[in-house]
Design a protein around this ligand. Sequence first.
Ligand code: ZN
Length: 180
Amino acid sequence: MSTGSRHGSGDQQASPSSSGRRAGPTSFIHFNNGVSVYRGKLDGQTVIVKAYEALGFDGLLREITAYERLLYLPTVPKVVGVFGPSDMAWAALVIEDRGISLDSEQHWATLPLQDRVMIYDTAVDFHLAGVHHGDLAARNFVRDKEGRLSIVDFGHAVVGHACEPDVCPELSDLRQNLGL
Ligand SMILES: [Zn+2]
């Protein structure tokens, strides 16, 4: 029975954007420090959507800057886009979905040596590219169905970092946490 909608497209608020992209249903992942994270579909691709409240825009800018700097690294997801309302009450960063957080599997000190070495090599790569992550933890590494690891969440990152990996504090802490 009709409910009297005159728009013919149901009661969903979402609508195709002017670029003709199609968004699919989203599922909530978590909320922390004013940032809500969702998994959704865009043009048939699974994506991660991080919605920042205005108070957290500093973190959003840090993420965008770091992702741009690390565009060429295969272990870092690509940014699909950034969107928000015209009043900028919030803004959302959309990145490729690279899988499930390691934190939901096991603590990283118990990961196979091969994974721990891969995590460390990934961190060295982005340090050499001039990025200090600022929040290196198992929850910020994700693994896809093929077993490939990626690093995410650059909300505390500093771009312009220069270091010698053997003596860099963040990398030294990481080696210790990984038992390397
Ligand atoms: Zn460093």
